[in-house]
Design a protein around this ligand. Structure first.
Ligand code: AMP
Length: 415
């Protein structure tokens, strides 16, 4: 079923959203992107005369009630965003009466799902090495099913719009879907958009396809890099991870960040790129700093010859130019991970050059997907988020999807 085809009038819809928004020490929301992201789905259901039961997790309360992670803190913000009153169920597993009383157009927000360990379905307080762990795990899987059935019993249909947790097989993101027939479960608009964006990158590829992978560590990106190697024409590697490549090739990297146990892996990636005919683009120069700080002294040096006591902190001018030249001509672009320590303004130039080249390519008809927390922070910082084709809200989920893994949250609905 799709959200556009379902008739919500007179129906109760239970919707899994990702309202895991950042809060300050007084419980005020510091970034409401995730709430705004779910609005098209929530409003569509209400406007059609459906009643809404909203469920989400917040933080990591590890199966225990903890006021610090209570969704009561965001109830008013949700009400303001929807322009309607929002009722609150203090116990998500005992909300049957509140759900039954809901009238068309009314909204019920359930308390944090992760106050119950059943949501994640992992036994708590027992070590994996403990001989009793396997039994505890089996028991927990059964309780998880029961918990999911309870949630399902509140509603006539189920909508999953929480892309941020789509890579988790949790009660509310996947198991609950078993309680609904094909015609009563669907993805929300945000999920549909995310899935479509990944599909554009993985199956509907217009060439040349250029992926830009950056960030601090090659080890956390290896799965994606390997999967992309079979798909891309150009693979730009940038950011802290490139010093591992420089050192692996015999370069001097001074104090630059480096994974010494990944030197062979770096050489292997270079070899694979050559075998597969992928144009691997690495930086030739960098901006080095004499300390890890925005006001470090800087100099432009060869990426293979960084002086003792200095560290590579951003892409140099020649590197920016060569990256931009490759990006500008691309027709499909994926960007994940910054080209430098972009949090420091003085080392954000390399990431900005990448973002600007992506915008230029997008204006010339390329499809560009920017994803993963830090690249999203980059395009936001440079005010360019609305000039790329799609900015993904999902960190881990996006990366797993691009690695080619099946997302349980999507599979539970689409099969
Ligand atoms: P990741 O979490 O692996 O995507 O990496 C993102 C982080 O990498 C950001 O916080 C950047 O500041 C950091 N980063 C990027 N380039 C460098 C660099 N040359 N040295 C140290 N950290 C870097």
């Amino acid at each position: 079923m799709t959200i556009d085809n379902y008739k919500f009038a007179g129906k109760k819809a239970i919707v899994r959203v990702d309202f895991n928004v950042p809060l300050d020490e007084n419980g005020n929301i510091t970034d409401d992107t995730r709430i705004r992201g779910a609005l098209p789905t929530l409003k569509k259901i209400l406007e059609e005369g459906g009643a809404l039961i909203i469920m989400s997790h917040m933080g990591k309360p590890k199966g225990k009630v903890n006021p610090k992670f209570s969704l009561a803190q965001i109830k008013d913000a949700v009400a303001a965003a929807l322009g309607r009153d929002v009722k609150f169920a203090e116990d998500c597993a005992n909300a049957a009466d509140a759900a039954a009383a809901l009238q068309p157009g009314e909204v019920l927000l359930l308390e944090n799902l992760r106050f119950y360990a059943e949501e994640e379905g992992k036994p708590v307080g027992i070590d994996k090495e403990d001989p009793a762990y396997e039994t505890a795990k089996k028991e927990m899987k059964e309780s998880q099913k029961a918990f999911a059935k309870t949630l399902a019993s509140y509603a006539d249909c189920y909508v999953n719009d929480a892309f941020g947790t789509a890579h988790r097989k949790h009660a509310s993101t996947a198991v609950i879907a078993d309680s609904f027939g094909e015609d009563d479960k669907m993805l929300g608009y945000l999920m549909e958009k995310e899935v479509q964006a990944v599909d554009n990158i993985l199956s509907d590829i217009k060439r040349p396809f250029t992926a830009i992978m950056g960030g601090s560590k090659v080890s956390t990106k290896i799965g994606i890099i390997e999967n992309l190697m079979d798909k891309v024409d150009n693979l730009i590697l940038c950011g802290g991870m490139t010093y591992t490549f420089a050192k692996a090739q015999g370069g001097k990297i001074g104090l630059s960040i480096c994974e010494d146990d990944k030197l062979d892996l770096a050489l292997d990636i270079m070899k694979k790129a050559q075998e597969k005919g992928v144009n691997l683009v690495l930086g030739t120069d960098c901006i080095a700093g004499d300390k890890f700080s925005n006001d470090a002294n800087t100099q432009v040096v060869s990426a293979m010859d960084i002086p003792e006591g200095w560290e590579g902190m951003d892409a140099g001018p020649a590197t920016r130019e060569s990256f931009a030249n490759v990006i500008r001509t691309a027709k499909t672009i994926l960007w994940n991970g910054p080209a430098g320590v972009f949090e420091f303004d003085n080392f954000a130039g390399g990431s900005k050059a990448i973002a600007e080249a992506i915008v230029e390519a997008t204006e010339n008809g390329a499809f560009s997907l920017v994803g993963g927390g830090d690249s999203v922070a980059c395009v936001n910082k440079f005010g360019l988020a609305d000039k790329v084709s799609y900015v993904s809200t999902g960190g881990g989920a996006l990366l797993e999807a691009i690695e080619g893994k099946v997302l349980p949250g999507v599979a539970a609905i689409k099969g």
